[in-house]
Design a protein around this ligand. Structure first.
Ligand SMILES: C[S@@+](CC[C@H](N)C(=O)[O-])C[C@H]1O[C@@H](n2cnc3c(N)ncnc32)[C@H](O)[C@@H]1O
Ligand code: SF4
Length: 327
């Protein structure tokens, strides 16, 4: 069933329908591919529960109907269940992206309010703990997935692939199969110097895509679409529609884009309305211009753009698999 809000956004308003919110910038991990954990205590100024409630009401008025809490590590936020409960009260489709360390501990408190749970696992062996800089995180994430599976919540594994785990695709597909949880592969985005040394070579990237394609053809539950794998492999041009679909709010309340390449601040949820921003000439102009941007190979950016452009092959593929990538 396609949500009405999606039809409204795609055919009438052409404004974002999904909010990605850095619900906290605190993180318990020390990942080699993400520098989020490096924030100093002075830089941490997360929105309060009251401010988040106002933000959700503000977002609702602007036609946003999907709320994703990420971070930092969202499960470090003690009032996360209250945030998600309020989002559900406003009829948002809710999702979280977590490293899974505290999943078991918080499962019963959170799951009733989550429609889609994304757990990050980058290797099915000890390398995962090494990449995440925290002992035992792989086992905890897997245990958390097993425990959360008793709820109706849709669960997905997200694997970031970089130079360190190029050889771990087989193990990750096996893990997804054993857990009966679909898996999405995401090539690592390079944030300046921090993770440059783990950048995938072109050769490695193609090798990985070929492997993922082989597993997908063999019937494994891989979320990356054939269309994405093809575009990424051939480096084909795609028209980027991601900013028309997703808007992001950072931990301090700044309204930004979740794609690093689009370095733009539109306001702050403490003072500005999403609706006014979306209706501004500048925002509409920006959405038009970003269609030409082809800088990232993020699977979510390409998949969402294919869906938005009503690419017939993509739509047929998604209809057959009953999986749309609006979540
Ligand atoms: C920034 S994290 C925040 C949520 C949570 N702490 C976690 O790790 O799942 C959101 C997602 O981005 C992924 N990620 C982290 N660094 C990345 C990078 N350099 N390129 C692409 N994805 C990345 C994580 O693995 C995770 O699935
Ligand atoms: S990927 Fe997630 S767990 Fe790792 S440092 Fe970034 S925010 Fe923390």
């Amino acid at each position: 069933m396609i949500p009405l809000g999606l039809i409204r956004s795609r055919f009438f308003t052409h404004t974002p329908y999904r909010l990605m919110h850095v619900v906290t910038s605190l993180c318990n991990a020390r990942c080699i591919m993400c520098d989020q954990w490096k924030k100093s205590p002075e830089q941490i100024n997360d929105l309060s529960l009251e401010e988040i409630i106002k933000m959700l009401e503000n977002a609702k008025k602007a036609g946003i109907f999907i709320y994703t809490a990420w971070g930092g590590e969202p499960l470090l936020r003690k009032d996360l269940h209250l945030i998600l409960k309020y989002a559900k009260k406003l009829n948002f489709i809710t999702s979280i992206i977590t490293n899974g360390y505290y999943l078991k501990k918080r499962c019963d408190e959170l799951m009733p309010y989550i429609d889609s749970l994304v757990v990050s696992i980058d290797s099915n062996d000890d390398l995962h703990d090494k990449m995440r800089g925290i002992n035992g995180i792989k086992d905890k994430a897997i245990e958390g997935i097993k425990i959360c599976s008793k709820y109706k919540t849709k669960i997905t594994i997200n694997s970031v692939i970089c130079k360190m785990n190029v050889d771990k695709i087989d193990g990750l597909v096996k893990l997804s199969d054993e857990l009966s949880v679909p898996i999405n592969f995401q090539p690592m985005d390079v944030f300046g110097e921090y993770n440059e040394k783990y950048r995938l070579t072109e050769e490695d990237f193609k090798k990985i895509l070929t492997k993922i394609l082989t597993y997908k053809k063999a019937g494994y539950n891989i979320l990356n679409s054939y269309q994405y794998l093809n575009i990424a492999f051939k480096k084909n041009h795609f028209c980027c529609h991601a900013p028309k679909c997703i808007i992001s709010v950072d931990a301090n309340g700044n309204i930004i884009h979740f794609i690093n390449a689009l370095d733009k601040k539109w306001g702050n949820v403490k003072t500005d309305s999403f609706k006014d921003i979306f209706n501004s000439k500048e925002f509409k102009q920006f959405l038009k211009e970003s269609e030409k941007c082809n800088k990232c190979r993020y699977s979510c950016v390409i998949e969402i753009s294919l869906a938005y452009s009503l690419n017939p092959r993509y739509l047929i593929e998604r209809i057959i698999s009953s999986r749309f990538s609006y979540l």
